[in-house]
Design a protein around this ligand. Structure first.
Ligand code: ZN
Length: 181
């Protein structure tokens, strides 16, 4: 990230909204916001393939579900946070991965400018590519501050997205979703 450019842009924004960017409370704001955006987009330089590359073998195996993976991401339409929880369910085909790796994989895609739909899909795709499971289901539930703090102001409203790849029967999908609720 070009930190100087980001700081200048924030200072310009402060001016544009009629603030005195040099007043006490705002003088470090450009730096703080630039640092925050460096963190919000840190996933761009991380690789899910690398994180999910350490797998171990199991015999057979039914569904593995890792749920309540908390995340926060940044909506690319408004540059405002959306946050919530992700659940990843997969049916292994011999290969499984450490549970903390799944949480880190969520972080890779969340720390980017995102859409919830794409976040959900990218996680599912990464699990499918790296673990080659029989099937994967990714469930994402999030609150968008661009919905709750501006526009329609629907406080507490949640958006749910999910993505299924591979072989996940209707019955298994229903089972998993009932466990997540
Ligand atoms: Zn938005």
């Amino acid at each position: 990230m070009d930190r100087q450019k980001a700081m200048k842009a924030v200072a310009d924004l402060l001016e544009a909204i009629g603030e005195d960017k040099d007043r006490e409370g705002l003088k470090d704001t450009p730096r703080r916001v630039a640092d925050a955006f460096a963190e919000f987009t840190s996933g761009n330089s991380m690789s899910a393939e690398e994180i999910l590359s350490t797998t171990f073998n199991v015999d057979g195996g039914d569904i593995v579900i890792e749920k309540d993976i908390a995340f926060s991401s940044t909506c690319e339409h408004h540059l405002m946070p959306f946050f919530g929880r992700v659940a990843i369910a997969y049916i292994p085909d011999k290969k499984v991965v450490g549970l903390s790796k799944l949480a880190r994989c969520v972080e890779v895609f969340a720390k980017r400018l995102q859409l919830q739909e794409r976040l959900t899909e990218q996680i599912a795709q990464a699990v499918m590519t790296c673990l080659k499971p029989k099937g994967v289901l990714v469930w994402c539930e999030a609150e968008h501050t661009c919905m709750t703090c501006r526009g329609v102001k629907k406080f507490g409203s949640k958006t749910i997205t999910y993505k299924i790849l591979g072989d996940f029967s209707a019955q298994k999908t229903a089972e998993v979703i009932s466990l997540l609720k």
